[in-house]
Design a protein around this ligand. Structure first.
Ligand code: NAD
Length: 484
């Protein structure tokens, strides 16, 4: 099966923060891959804007280094790299100043899609939106792409929404959550809504519970300052984990279009019950195996910020009443692994007798690494020896399904940037969704602060604090292992 690549229309994309870490690791390499695959048209231009003035050649050299570092040798070649770099430009602009805007305006081509990627600190989102407008750089169709974090609570998110809304309509604002750009996440929707098999079982009557895990091996790294003020709840749960929960739990939208999908996601967030204090565990990694502890990494011996959260969520609606959703995320865990596991209930009666124990049917949606979907089913153990049962995975990995001739599966960022150019907001968060997510998160954080609670320590390289395991054991269930 050969994947089709449909080119997008010509565009001018301005990346504010064009010399930053995100531009270097994700945006520029991603755009190059789309260019090489034939999706970014030859007329398109990418303008890296940053505070410091730089020759265009130096900016192209920066981009070349970034691409050579991030893109596998088999996926790049000198000709296409040279042609891509010819499409790059640089302007010096201070988001809070008025220099450089006229030059930027002059570089924009009429009658092309204009997109502005705000890959800068969130305090600069407002000043950028205002100046894009004031200097006539953004036209009525222009799109802005806004990075996380989108506020640090409901009030600040609301404020940020209002600031952006003063200059751009909601249909022009693309709030990025790169988890939604992952191939498997979209496949989850295909599996649910393009097949008759799962949807009849997709409810509390047949689903015992859902586990959503986003485990990282990295510590806070160079982002210690930001992270220590945020913590895992704000940095991961409010956005990525809640978005995944929405896609699992939402009702079938009447069409796969931005308003319909986002309306359904919003209903899920609003149906979330408050989490009982006993149903949430915070953790903080401690030094182990030669790795620093969190307190050393952020250089604050008194920090009470959590680097791990596990919680049990309930939805008060007809479909899900009684089926818990267990969410877990953390840094410095034993493996890098993100997955959603939907565990179905046991059949009501065993015709094979008590001796034959079965494992449950589990649908495992694996986001990283080794993206793919597996369904664990019971079959007869092959061979002689009577009717013994065994639990095996039915593998629906699409990397294999696409085969040797298939185009590379695009990285989440590059897919989402192409969606911005296509004007498709389905995989971006709407303003009301973000505010509703904060409304669920804020009281949980406030309760910790009120109680002055400290996170439970867990060893770096482990599966998280013991209390997280107990959260499941109490209910007669277990977390799936965190496997690479
Ligand atoms: P960074 O600090 O590496 O880069 C910041 C960029 O902003 C630089 O290009 C700098 O020149 C530019 N800049 C700083 N002040 C400016 C000003 N006054 N006017 C114009 N430009 C200015 O940051 P980053 O890691 O690339 O992150 C960018 C954004 O993306 C942030 O909102 C961050 O939260 C978000 N984000 C980053 C990552 C990541 O992996 N790096 C992941 C998720 C979200």
């Amino acid at each position: 099966m050969v994947a089709r690549v449909i080119p997008v229309e010509p565009f001018d994309l301005v990346v504010f923060g064009g010399t930053g870490d995100l531009a270097r690791r994700k945006i520029l390499p991603g755009l190059y891959r789309r260019f090489r695959d034939g999706q970014m048209p030859a007329e398109a231009r990418v303008i890296g804007a940053a505070r410091r003035a730089m020759e265009t050649d130096s900016y192209r050299a920066f981009a070349r280094d970034a691409i050579e570092e991030e893109v596998a040798p088999a996926r790049r070649d000198p000709d296409s790299l040279g042609a891509f770099l010819d499409r790059l430009d640089h302007v010096a602009i201070d988001a809070e100043g008025d220099e450089g805007w006229a030059e930027l305006a002059a570089r924009m081509h009429p009658d092309r899609v204009r997109a502005f990627y705000f890959s800068v600190a969130p305090r600069l989102f407002g000043p950028l939106a205002e100046r894009l407008h004031a200097h006539g750089v953004a036209d009525a169709e222009a799109r802005i792409v806004v990075e996380k974090p989108f506020g640090q609570d409901q009030a600040s998110a609301r404020q940020l929404n209002a600031t952006l809304a003063a200059h751009f309509g909601e249909s022009q604002i693309y709030r990025i959550d790169h988890y939604l750009g992952k191939e498997t996440v979209q496949n989850l929707m295909a599996v649910r809504f393009a097949n008759i098999l799962f949807e009849p079982l997709w409810n509390a009557q047949f689903v015992d519970h859902v586990q959503i895990t986003v485990a990282e091996t990295v510590g806070v790294g160079g982002r210690g300052g930001y992270y220590d003020a945020a913590g895992a709840m704000r940095d991961m749960v409010q956005n990525h984990l809640m978005q995944l929960l929405c896609l699992i739990a939402m009702e079938p939208p009447h069409r796969f279009d931005p308003q319909a999908v986002r309306d359904e996601k919003l209903k899920v967030i609003r149906a979330l019950d408050p989490v009982a204090p006993g149903d949430i565990v915070r953790g903080q990694y401690a030094a182990a195996g030669g790795m620093n502890g969190y307190l050393q990494d952020v250089a604050d011996p008194d920090s009470r910020t959590e680097s791990f959260v596990a919680l049990k969520a309930h939805l008060s609606n007809w479909r899900w009443k009684g089926t818990p959703f267990y969410l877990r995320t953390g840094k410095r865990l034993r493996a890098r692994s993100s997955e959603i596991a939907v565990t179905f209930r046991e059949p009501p009666h065993s015709i094979f007798g008590e001796a034959e124990r079965w494992a449950e049917n589990v649908l495992i949606i694996r986001l990283q690494p080794n993206e793919g979907i597996k369904l664990r089913v019971m079959i007869k153990e092959p061979g002689p020896g009577g009717m013994r049962l065994v639990n095996v995975p039915l593998d629906m990995s699409f990397a294999e399904a696409l085969g040797e001739n298939g185009a590379e599966i695009p990285d989440a960022y590059e897919r989402l940037i192409m969606d911005v150019i296509r004007g498709n907001q389905t995989l971006f968060m709407r303003g009301d969704e973000v505010e509703a997510a904060w409304a669920w998160i804020d009281p949980l954080i406030a309760a910790w602060e009120e109680r002055g609670s400290s996170p439970q320590p867990y060893e770096a390289g482990s599966s998280g604090p013991e209390e997280a395991a107990i959260l499941m054991h109490r209910d007669g269930r277990r977390w799936r292992g965190i496997e690479p």
